[in-house]
Design a protein around this ligand. Structure first.
Ligand SMILES: C[S@@+](CC[C@H](N)C(=O)[O-])C[C@H]1O[C@@H](n2cnc3c(N)ncnc32)[C@H](O)[C@@H]1O
Length: 183
């Protein structure tokens, strides 16, 4: 377990959401779900220390691009150590995604890969969050979110997305669901 991750969780529990980063198995499951439709441009929300980021990069093709958002500067420092021309690291709140995509000359993305602890958002903030997703995704785009066992998000996601596929990953602390959501 990363002591830095644990420390950040103890200091910012509502933001970090879990005392340890995603396991290798969960990272691979998320990365495979993200890449299965060959997205050209991916936004990662809540990249943390880059566990899912690295899993994505290891499976991505040269033409694919990843823009990773992270709020905490200590994690952004870790992310910036990943030397890969397909990756852009943005130190910002995911709610400013539009603004930062525009700075990169981009408008919408094919896929959003989210590790955000959405349960920790108030319900109005959550509604705004989901409205933003619709505007950031290309038509035909999709949203991948994982959530821990005791935070079953499918009913919440079905309020926004007509189709939500669920995969269960046992080998993680805690075990988690990976949701693949499409319009
Ligand atoms: C559960 S951790 C996941 C970290 C990593 N992706 C993983 O799976 O191991 C959630 C991450 O989301 C980040 N985060 C939370 N709210 C955020 C926001 N509004 N904008 C950007 N990042 C945020 C936290 O700082 C934390 O790194």
């Amino acid at each position: 377990m990363s002591s830095q991750f644990l420390y950040q969780y103890l200091v910012n529990p509502g933001i970090v959401g879990n005392p340890c980063p995603s396991s290798r198995t969960l990272c691979c499951a998320v990365a495979r779900s993200v890449l299965r439709n060959n997205p050209r441009l991916i936004a990662e929300w809540g990249a943390g220390q880059g566990h899912i980021t690295r899993a994505l990069l290891s499976l991505m093709q040269p033409h694919q691009r990843l823009v990773a958002f992270e709020l905490l500067d200590i994690f952004v420092r870790d992310l910036k150590r990943i030397a890969d021309p397909r990756l852009s690291v943005i130190h910002a709140d995911l709610r400013d995604t539009h603004h930062y995509l525009a700075e990169l000359g981009l408008q919408t993305v094919d896929c959003i890969c989210s590790s955000i602890p959405i349960n920790n958002y108030q319900s109005t903030a959550r509604t705004d969050f989901f409205q933003d997703i619709k505007q950031i995704l290309q038509p035909g785009g999709y949203y991948i979110q994982y959530a821990y066992l005791w935070r079953y998000h499918r009913p919440l996601l079905l309020r926004v997305f007509p189709r939500v596929e669920t995969k269960f990953v046992f080998a993680n602390f805690p075990p988690a669901f990976v949701y693949s959501c499409t319009f």
